[in-house]
Design a protein. Structure first.
Length: 538
């Protein structure tokens, strides 16, 4: 029988009482609350941060009945959760929850209204009449009064603290005003530590980057710790054990086997790594939607994601997708302030578009290799990047023709029509678009981005002992090693493939391997000559 999946539901109480699927994250919660530190967690959007906050709230409100085995009216049973088996005493603490996850906060006045409304709600609940409007003083008064009234220290939960600021990137005045509001609101959390039982803050960007919690320097950042890697999202172990029946049902619905469906889900939704151990974490939003709809599709990377990403990219230096995969950065790169717009990579990592692929200690520093986590994100990001570059340039029609030609190439394996489609696409690019990009790398990068957005298995700048190949297109019927030359001949491109051994690594693959040389002309701004030869072992 199909289970109920919590699509868009972030209330722990609703999930438990209305028989929705819940993956037990209370072992992580028990570890946090017994250690007792104030915590910070960074995770991408739609990764379960709000549900984690809701679960923490239920724990500190002493609602043990939600964690015990629950027999519902329809006869189904919600299983007992881990924390109900521990020595946690289930005392009731006063909880202040600040939720900034609403996506429609556009103006600073709306942020002010939300902060005031949240404080006012708790003041009414505890019979407090505020004497001033200042959020700082009201927060201090709440912490002290709640502790005095209840005899229990206060729990503060902050969800998506940076949502407003991330949507305001590029507007210096809004960002400055928002940072001032948050600094004023949360600065008492350290000074009033005697009245604080527990604090938990979530967001996308690291708190140190925003300067908001500069006075709250005792927050423990668990974002990249091995022991909290699976605190949000679905681990591979959880997927293959607790969710195995759901994979089997999805496979049956799509006429495939469990192993085949698991492989497809892994390629599409897996690949997130949040610590050095590189534990595989699956996107929970996409998984739940896939199980619920019975169809594998791109759920996380929707239109809202695309619009926000395009706006963000517009504020930052250009992103070269061909050089993004396999990018290596030191650990210090993740501490760069986001509001400076100097480097888009930390933003792309924290937003979930890039993830850790490998990490190696080098001296006193750790070097991280980044890449796209899965096919859903890789294709969606490529489409966004193309739209960012091609916006209002009437290039989408040419792109549609190119996509049709690529699909025909997939079926037929006929190379000449595909090359003609590439020529037609570049011929449709306005002169102003390419006038500042007169080099081979421009065409290389744009071609890579487009093919990636089509879902092609394409590799950029794969290293060999003698250099890096431009592009390698892996298709079901053949492999194409492509070298691009700018104001040189196609034969020179083929010669370089041979001299550098770019095609050698694919000899054992079993598919035919073809060398393809593309010659671009700076005068024509297009392919003026091309050649292809089957690769033969020397």
């Amino acid at each position: 029988m199909k289970r109920k999946y919590p699509v868009g539901i972030q209330s722990f109480e609703k999930i438990r009482k209305e028989d929705y699927l819940y993956i037990d994250k209370t072992p992580f919660i028990y570890k946090m609350i017994t250690e007792g530190c104030p915590y910070f967690l960074s995770r991408p959007r739609r990764f379960g941060k709000s549900l984690l906050i809701s679960t923490l709230q239920a724990v500190f409100e002493g609602r043990r009945e939600l964690f015990e085995e629950i027999t519902l009216k329809n006869g189904t049973v919600q299983p007992q959760l881990f924390i109900a088996t521990t020595d946690w005493e289930w005392e009731k603490y006063p909880v202040l929850r600040f939720d900034f996850s609403a996506g429609d906060l556009a103006e600073i006045a709306q942020l002010d209204t939300l902060i005031d409304a949240t404080l006012s709600n708790y003041e009414r609940q505890y019979g407090i009449v505020p004497e001033v409007k200042d959020a700082n003083i009201r927060m201090v008064n709440l912490l002290r009064t709640l502790h005095q009234q209840t005899g229990k220290r206060v729990v503060v939960l902050v969800d998506e603290y940076d949502n407003f600021i991330l949507h305001a990137l590029g507007n210096d005045e809004k960002v400055t005003l928002a940072r001032q509001r948050f600094q004023n609101l949360f600065s008492p959390l350290k000074a009033e530590d005697d009245h604080l039982q527990f604090a938990f803050v979530t967001g996308i960007s690291k708190f140190s980057q925003m300067g908001i919690f500069s006075k709250l320097n005792n927050l423990m950042n668990i974002s990249m710790r091995d022991d909290y890697a699976a605190v949000c999202g679905i681990s591979q172990k959880e997927l293959t054990t607790q969710l195995r029946p759901d994979i089997e049902m999805l496979a049956q619905r799509n006429g495939t086997t469990y192993d085949e469906m698991f492989a497809m889900m892994k390629a599409r939704y897996d690949g997130y790594h949040f610590s050095r151990q590189l534990q595989d974490i699956y996107n929970p939003f996409s998984l739940v939607n896939a199980f619920n709809s019975g169809d594998l599709s791109d759920y996380w990377f929707d239109r809202g994601t695309s619009g926000a990403l395009i706006s963000m990219l517009a504020q930052m230096p250009p992103v070269d997708m061909a050089q993004t995969e396999g990018l290596r950065l030191p650990s210090t790169a993740f501490d760069l302030p986001l509001v400076n717009f100097d480097d888009p990579i930390p933003v792309l990592y924290q937003s979930g578009y890039l993830t850790i692929k490998d990490c190696q200690p080098i001296g006193k520093m750790t070097m991280y290799t980044l890449g796209f986590p899965n096919d859903e994100v890789r294709m969606g990001f490529a489409e966004c990047l193309y739209q960012h570059v091609a916006a209002n340039r009437n290039a989408n029609n040419s792109k549609s023709v190119f996509l049709n030609a690529y699909n025909d190439f997939l079926i037929s394996g006929d190379l000449p029509p595909f090359i003609e489609a590439i020529q037609s696409f570049f011929a449709g690019i306005p002169y102003q678009w390419a006038q500042d990009n007169h080099n081979e790398h421009y065409y290389h990068s744009l071609l890579y981005t487009l093919l990636t957005s089509f879902g092609a298995d394409i590799r950029a700048e794969e290293p060999t002992a003698k250099g890096r190949s431009d592009l390698t297109l892996l298709m079901s019927k053949a492999i194409y090693v492509i070298e691009i030359k700018y104001d040189h001949t196609a034969q020179e491109a083929l010669d370089q493939i041979d001299q550098k051994g770019y095609a050698d690594k694919y000899l054992a693959d079993g598919r035919p391997v073809f060398k393809v040389g593309l010659a671009f002309s700076s005068e024509e701004r297009n392919i003026t000559e091309w050649r292809s030869q089957p690769f033969r072992e020397k």
